[in-house]
Design a protein around this ligand. Structure first.
Ligand SMILES: [Zn+2]
Ligand SMILES: [Zn+2]
Length: 366
């Protein structure tokens, strides 16, 4: 048994983080023990921290991370793409599992796995303690997909791979975005900027609906083709007309809702053409509602595709995408503040107050 201990950020109470210390476990067969090199604060962490997440509550925080393998369980020879794995390798794990055994996994609907978050939700007193990534260590379970990180991806960018980038890459594949199409993206946060990068690489024309200067500037550095500034176009109708103007009078082929507000979803069909596909990712908190005109979806034959999580092997594609495009897009700019693990509470407070855009915890030097 190893005698080392590690620390983790446990959400003891609403908006109250406690740093706890636990022994670093030995890995079971098929599992990995890792050190967390960098872990990003995501919007959903803020939801959990504030107590408004529909599923997640008192738990070890953190789901985005770049990890360094420190202990390889018996039987683990490669990552989930067949790349050899040994101590010292940098990996990105999925933040959920696809157990392969439940009703949904049995139907091939892996992102709806009934056990997706079972490990993350465990109390830290339970083995293997390190259930979340806001910690010095992170435990990767035998059924949990993980991939070796290409060397050219910077730490903070690799840490975000398992959430925003992979999520939009999966979503845009689900709606079949293809060359020459127009895509309207509602919201220029991290998901929106990543969606611009993916849409650019797919050869689509991008339109961003946003009203915050900093986000608009960033979108331009990500190569967005058009911006519909909602301070200038300040009604749904005006924005719909502007998008129509930019798309030969018809509306966009594909819409992506990553603003995360109910009204954005209600606005979606106004921005889209007949027969469009509409990807819903941003709204994740039930109980917040909007006034919807369902007939717009019917009359326009709009196909709505929601995505919660992704098929776990998409993380490999996400990492390859980042590796190929890391020089082209300023992914690094999406993170603007770094904190020590002991300052997790401060990182969350400042993120919530929007004093910073995207915080990152750096428990170990790379
Ligand atoms: Zn995330
Ligand atoms: Zn399952």
């Amino acid at each position: 048994m190893t005698s080392t201990t590690g620390r983790l950020a446990y959400l003891r109470d609403e908006q109250s983080v406690e740093i706890r210390e636990y022994p670093v476990p030995d890995p079971e067969p098929g599992a990995l023990v890792t050190e967390v090199v960098q872990a990003n604060v995501c919007g959903s962490e803020l939801h959990i921290w504030k107590g408004i997440h529909p599923v997640l509550d008192r738990m070890v925080l953190g789901h985005e991370a770049l990890c360094r393998v420190t202990d390889v369980g018996d039987g683990v020879e490669t990552d989930y793409a067949g790349e050899p794995i040994e101590e010292g390798d940098l990996i990105a794990p999925t933040y959920f599992v696809a157990c392969g055994k439940c009703e949904y996994c049995g139907r091939g609907e892996f992102r709806s796995c009934e056990n997706a978050l079972q490990h993350w939700l465990e109390h830290p007193d339970e083995f293997p303690h390190f259930h979340g990534t806001f910690a010095t260590h992170y435990y990767v379970h035998p059924e949990q997909h993980f991939y070796k990180v290409p060397e050219n991806i910077p730490d903070g960018v690799a840490a975000a791979a398992n959430c925003a980038l992979t999520q939009v890459l999966f979503g845009l594949d689900e709606v079949g975005l293809s060359y020459g199409e127009t895509v309207v993206i509602q919201g220029g946060g991290g998901l929106g900027q990543n969606a611009i990068a993916v849409a650019n690489e797919y050869g689509a024309e991008t339109i961003l609906v946003e009203g915050v200067d900093e986000r608009i500037e960033r979108a331009r550095s990500f190569g967005v083709d058009h911006v519909v500034d909602f301070r200038e176009y300040d009604t749904v109708e005006a924005r719909g007309e502007r998008v129509a103007e930019l798309t030969d009078g018809r509306g966009a082929d594909v819409g992506v809702e990553v603003a995360g507000v109910p009204d954005a979803f209600a606005e979606g069909p106004h921005l889209l053409r007949d027969g469009a596909r509409y990807l819903e990712i941003g709204n994740i908190t039930p109980g917040r509602t909007a006034e919807i005109d369902p007939a717009l979806f019917t009359r326009k034959n709009i196909e709505v595709t929601p995505t919660m999580r992704y098929d776990p092997w998409y993380l490999k594609k996400g990492l390859e995408f980042l590796s190929r495009t890391v020089e082209k897009y300023p992914y690094d700019d999406l993170i603007d503040a770094e904190f020590d693990l002991v300052d997790t509470q401060t990182a969350l407070e400042q993120s919530d107050a929007r004093e910073i855009t995207r915080a990152s915890l750096v428990p170990h030097e790379h």
